[in-house]
Design a protein. Structure first.
Ligand SMILES: Cc1cc2nc3c(=O)[nH]c(=O)nc-3n(C[C@H](O)[C@H](O)[C@H](O)COP(=O)(O)OP(=O)(O)OC[C@H]3O[C@@H](n4cnc5c(N)ncnc54)[C@H](O)[C@@H]3O)c2cc1C
Length: 405
């Protein structure tokens, strides 16, 4: 059986590793559009910008690994078509046959038409090369404007402030991260950035971008114009699913896959940011744009390709590091508002706390701020029924797991 993986990112590299770890002896070809071996993206908005990490630290596997494991990794190679009937992937004029195909093409940053049309110094952050270009601009006294107070916008704001740049963030919503975290937690992040000197302009809808002698001038309703040396557009990503759609696979906010990461075509699977997965525990389709999901999806899809019948049940997990705040989150709150109650243990203002989101009779999500021992108990509690002890913030999180709750 030969396996072709389209997309040379985190999900692809982990799928290849799992195939070999499970004893798959057939061919594995990984086709990656970027001119680099698969790498991890989280450092691109953190350590790499701060200077505490270098590009080679981000590699998923060192170069030798691919030879040692006989994985034919073709970097800088775009898959241009998929013929489902003939089971072929087109690479321009070349064709690759497959018995099993994994599509792990990730996601692509959304662009703002006015910003990109202006010719102003504008960056997006997705690739290692984007991060290297951005790092060069984060100097003492540089003026950085960021559109979008999502994870990437805020992580870059944190790195830029730590490198001495002045930072203005424009966000159209009333709070940063509001749709993910809800008002109370979103306020923690707004306060964090303002305390570190970020000019955070909320409810600011960008209406125009000008290019003025190498500077960028941003106009937004509800805000004075912002003049900056560099504009980072961080307004989210879209799944890179055109290739799959053109092949005739079902696509709706990503490639639709069942609980086992299978498309309706029995030979084709999808994983990572591009996969819109029918999550059996959450009871809904979710497309998760996080590091942990890319790894675990890639590995799970590999096992299913080899014959496993296990559904993918792991709950979404993600983390962020901004200034001295570390956060880990597990679970899923639909639209940021799909909960009835929130229980806080600890002190949110001091940013030392854990939080549980409750919906009807279930704990649907949890996070901690700077409480690294909490992630184990959080993982155990999320998905469990709500008890009096869960609702009682004086009962330590660990006791909920020990059965004392
Ligand atoms: C700056 C940044 C910081 C992040 N920080 C965090 C974090 O702190 N915590 C967290 O949980 N998550 C974080 N993430 C998200 C996480 O990195 C992604 O969820 C993960 O990389 C997704 O992996 P993937 O393999 O699905 O896709 P990707 O990593 O996007 O890889 C897909 C690859 O497929 C290639 N490709 C696309 N089309 C084709 C084609 N036709 N032919 C060949 N190749 C193709 C692309 O070029 C790309 O290299 C961050 C992401 C970014 C960009």
């Amino acid at each position: 059986m030969n396996v072709v993986v389209i997309g040379g990112g985190l999900a692809a590299a982990n799928a290849a590793a799992e195939l070999r770890e499970q004893g798959h002896g057939g061919d594995i070809v990984v086709v990656g559009g970027e001119p680099r071996l698969p790498y991890e993206r989280p450092p691109l908005s953190k350590g790499l910008l701060l200077g505490s990490a270098e590009p080679e630290d981000a590699l998923v596997h060192p170069r030798e690994w691919y030879d040692e494991h006989q994985v034919d990794v073709r970097v800088g190679t775009l898959a241009t078509g998929i013929d489902l009937d003939r089971r072929r992937v087109r690479l321009g004029s070349e064709e690759l046959p497959y018995d099993r195909l994994l599509i792990a093409t990730g996601a692509t940053p959304r662009h703002l038409p006015p910003a990109d049309a202006s010719g102003a110094p504008v960056l997006h952050l997705r690739t290692l090369d984007d991060a290297i270009a951005l790092r060069e601009q984060l100097t003492e006294g540089a003026r950085i404007a960021i559109i979008g107070a999502g994870w990437i916008g805020l992580e870059v704001a944190s790195a830029a402030r730590q490198r001495g740049a002045s930072v203005t963030v424009l966000e159209s919503a009333p709070l940063p991260l509001q749709r993910v975290l809800g008002d109370q937690l979103a306020t923690v992040f707004a306060d964090l950035h303002r305390e570190h000197g970020v000019d955070l302009r909320l409810g600011a809808q960008v209406s125009g971008v000008e290019h003025d002698h190498g500077k960028v001038v941003l106009h937004a309703e509800g805000s004075d114009p912002v003049v900056a040396d560099l504009l980072l557009v961080a307004v989210g990503v879209s799944p890179t699913d055109e290739l799959a759609a053109r092949a005739g696979l079902a696509v709706d906010n990503g490639i639709l896959v069942d609980a086992r990461l299978r498309t309706p075509d029995p030979h084709v699977f999808a994983a990572g940011d591009v996969a819109n997965h029918d999550h059996p525990v959450l009871g809904t389709h979710v497309r998760v744009e996080h590091w942990d999901t890319a790894i675990q999806h890639g590995r799970h899809a590999a096992r299913v390709m080899l014959g496993s019948d296990e559904p993918y049940t792991r709950l979404p997990y993600f983390f962020t590091d901004q200034y001295d705040l570390g956060m880990e989150y597990v679970g899923h709150v639909a639209g940021g508002t799909g909960y009835d109650d929130l229980v806080v243990r600890g002190d949110l203002a001091a940013r030392q706390a854990s939080v549980l989101w409750l919906r009807e009779d279930r704990v649907v999500a949890g996070l901690h701020l700077n409480d690294w021992d909490a992630i184990g108990p959080l993982r155990a509690v999320v998905g469990q029924p709500v008890t009096d002890a869960v609702r009682d913030p004086s009962v330590p999180l660990a006791d909920l797991v020990d059965g004392e709750g």
